[in-house]
Design a protein around this ligand. Structure first.
Ligand code: HEC
Ligand code: HEC
Length: 255
């Protein structure tokens, strides 16, 4: 990849003046980004083939490559150079949308910084991912994302579609949940999961696709997932209650 990270240089260069610095100043003034987020540094060229394997940490939530669609997270096609929070049909947090509205675009360097500490890079974003501590891992992963992103230019407008996967959540998938009843039941959930959708140590469940949400809850019911707190929370919920909760959280707007 002889071209290097030209998109980073464009961003760093624009810090000197013009629209770029105004946009970044707006972002900082609004308090959405930490200072290091604006000072994108060059990233060493990574090992893309190793990066492809590291993507397994993301694949539960993100699709990338031809035909990628929004899942729990937005699709990552055409990511380098893409405006933050801009994929049509995906429910972003207002923090992520605001970063994009203030002019933030994804570069190899700022993706790596986001992945190191997602919660600190854009406070209030709703990606429930702990972070990737090793710089080498981040460089390798971003290098692969950069490659795949060039191969498959953005498919803005790709919409979320529930992938048919047979399993125990199917019965409840058929039930039309009552979101108002769901809101009532959710009172018990939002003591831990923030209604704003912010992922502050406890995963964000706002805007989760129904299929993912129900599968997760069934997995706690059936001991596939072992978290004791959640197992206790779901063991007495009826199918109607689960469907209502799924309907409520799926349509809740992240803040
Ligand atoms: C538990 C699910 C989950 C995991 C795991 C996850 N993400 Fe995310 N990701 C999200 C969500 C949800 C958002 C939207 C955040 C928001 O709106 O605040 C997001 C946003 C992003 C964005 C910003 C996209 C945009 O359109 O602005 C990037 C880049 C990203 N994730 C990359 C990754 C990478 C790379 C990994 C793996 C190291 C990863 N994510 C792991 C759920 C996840
Ligand atoms: C006492 C705190 C607490 C309460 C109350 C609580 N949860 Fe959770 N929830 C958690 C924790 C912690 C996890 C992560 C557990 C794990 O690692 O498996 C979790 C995980 C989840 C997940 C999986 C998220 C993912 O990204 O895979 C869903 C869905 C969920 N909870 C829904 C609910 C619903 C619906 C309620 C209300 C009926 C609820 N929770 C009540 C603490 C709580």
């Amino acid at each position: 990849m002889g071209t290097g990270y030209s998109s980073d240089r464009k961003i760093s260069g624009s810090l000197a003046g013009g629209i770029g610095s105004r946009a970044i100043a707006m972002v900082l003034a609004a308090g959405f980004l930490s200072v290091q987020a604006a000072m994108a540094t060059d990233l060493p060229e990574g090992d893309a083939s190793r990066g492809e394997k590291l993507f397994s940490a993301c694949a539960g939530c993100h699709q990338v490559g031809e035909g990628a669609q929004n899942k729990v997270g937005p699709h990552l096609d055409g990511l380098i150079g893409r405006t933050a929070g801009s994929v049509a049909g995906f429910k972003y947090s207002s923090a992520m949308r605001a970063a994009g509205e203030a002019g933030m675009t994804w570069t190899a360097a700022n993706i790596a910084e986001y992945l190191e500490k997602p919660r600190e890079f854009i406070p209030g974003n709703r990606m429930s991912y702990r972070g990737m501590p090793r710089a080498k891992d981040r460089a390798d992963l971003v290098s692969w994302l950069k490659q795949i992103s060039q191969e498959t230019p953005g498919q803005a407008g790709a919409t979320a579609e529930v992938v048919a996967a047979p399993g125990f959540a199917d019965v409840v998938m058929q039930i039309e949940g009552d979101p108002e009843y769901g809101e009532y039941l959710a009172g018990e959930c939002v003591t831990c999961h923030q209604a704003s959708g912010h992922a502050d140590g406890i995963p964000s469940i706002v805007g989760l696709p129904k299929k993912y949400f129900l599968t997760a809850l069934f997995e706690y019911k059936n001991n596939v997932r072992t978290n004791e707190v959640m197992k206790l929370r779901v063991q007495n919920l009826t199918n109607e209650e689960l469907a209502a909760l799924a309907a409520y959280f799926e349509n809740l707007e992240p803040q």
